[in-house]
Design a protein around this ligand. Structure first.
Ligand SMILES: NC(=O)c1ccc[n+]([C@@H]2O[C@H](COP(=O)([O-])OP(=O)(O)OC[C@H]3O[C@@H](n4cnc5c(N)ncnc54)[C@H](O)[C@@H]3O)[C@@H](O)[C@H]2O)c1
Length: 350
């Protein structure tokens, strides 16, 4: 991937916040959105980083999202909550839902907050990690626009429906239930890459393709065949079915104009201290991770990793050296910035 710009996390975060605020988001909301996108870039999850701002701004400018909506609690009963996002910014609604989940888990041992009428919330890890930072196990899922065919199907019926789980310790899973998130294909397209790896996408006719253009017109593949379809359904049940939110046909992604997204999300928090002391849990998790990683590497690999390792390493590197962005992404971002009256920062070419 062509890297032309190196930007520090601080400069990028500030730039993104200024753009989103100029587009109409309240300052605190603009900051949390900017932080979530920068966090994704820092972790190397560039598909869910700065490039998303281009589409987020368009959705405010077209009136598809209400930047000031804060949502409302529909019901709170026992350890459950239904939250109506009222078409507010996904990161703001998720921030509120995470706070409710962590509070309820602290008070009651566990919590399930199911949100409807929300919007794109970026990388799911950002939210699961927030819950884990409170000493809890966080499980966060989201439904996404209908672009993934079910296994053995050639028409899209599911979303890329990500699952993230974070725990207080060295393990953090965050994955789409398609082979890769669609935004990774969009990113390859934005950078002008002609081909993508095998197994990522099908063309519009349901035939596997490595051609980026055909993939953009086509569909991401379910992760690992029918098992990915099963996980996608699991997310859908916990999100839209449980929250009473929009059913699959009514959910739209950030690339669609003239429609509300109507995404649903679930935020599950489990208070570890109700089971065993937090330090003991973390030490047991560390033992498990060390045991898994003690496996001899297979031919062609130098080590075994667990979920979270690649992103933590990347984060340390990018905090030290800066975040590399492709020229295509940087230029699109600058175009968006100027559209809302923000001057892009001066950055030396990488
Ligand atoms: N908001 C939305 O609508 C939406 C939809 C889909 C995906 N997403 C986001 O897209 C992002 C990317 O998802 P993806 O599925 O393309 O990511 P991915 O294919 O890179 O998989 C990521 C997971 O695999 C782990 N991993 C990677 N290499 C590993 C290795 N060698 N050994 C062990 N574990 C390893 C990572 O730590 C991570 O937990 C995620 O942040 C996800 O939340 C968001």
């Amino acid at each position: 991937m062509g890297v032309d710009i190196i930007v520090s996390a601080g400069v990028l975060r500030d730039y993104l916040a200024r753009i989103y605020q100029a587009a109409g988001a309240p300052p605190a909301t603009a900051r949390v959105v900017a932080d979530s996108l920068t966090a994704a870039n820092l972790r190397g999850v560039d598909s869910h980083g700065a490039q998303l701002m281009v589409f987020y701004v368009e959705r405010i400018l077209t009136g598809d999202i209400d930047p000031r909506a804060e949502g409302r609690v529909v019901s709170e009963s026992g350890c459950t909550m239904v939250y109506d996002g009222q078409n507010g910014i996904g990161q703001r609604i998720s921030e509120i839902c995470c706070e409710h989940a962590a509070r309820m888990a602290r008070e009651r041992g566990a919590a399930v907050v199911s949100a409807r009428e929300s919007n794109h919330f970026g990388a799911a890890a950002y939210w699961a990690h927030k819950i884990a930072a409170a000493g809890q196990i966080g499980i966060v899922c989201c439904n996404a626009s209908t672009i993934v065919p079910p296994w053995q199907g050639r028409e899209a019926r599911l979303g890329t429906n990500p699952i993230s789980m974070a725990a207080p310790g060295p393990w953090l899973l965050d994955m789409a239930t398609s082979t890769v998130a669609m935004n990774r294909i969009h990113k390859a397209h934005m950078e002008g890459l002609r081909s993508i790896p095998r197994g990522w996408a099908l063309d519009a006719g349901g035939v596997e393709t490595t051609d980026t253009e055909a993939a953009i017109q086509g569909m991401p593949m379910p992760l690992g065949g029918y098992k990915g379809s099963g996980l996608g359904m699991m997310v859908e049940i916990l999100c839209s079915v449980l929250s009473g939110g929009a059913t699959r046909e009514g959910v739209f992604g950030i690339h669609v104009r003239g429609r509300k997204s109507r995404a649903s999300q679930v935020f599950i928090a489990i208070d570890v201290a109700r089971f065993l002391p937090l330090a003991e849990f973390t030490s047991r998790l560390e033992h498990l991770v060390a045991y898994v990683k003690s496996s001899q590497p297979a031919p062609g690999y130098s080590e075994v990793l667990v979920a979270g390792d690649p992103e933590w390493r990347m984060e340390a590197e990018r905090l030290r050296d800066g975040i590399p962005l492709g020229r295509g992404t940087w230029n699109k971002l600058a175009e968006t910035a100027r559209k809302v009256g923000v001057t892009p920062p001066e950055i030396a070419a990488g």
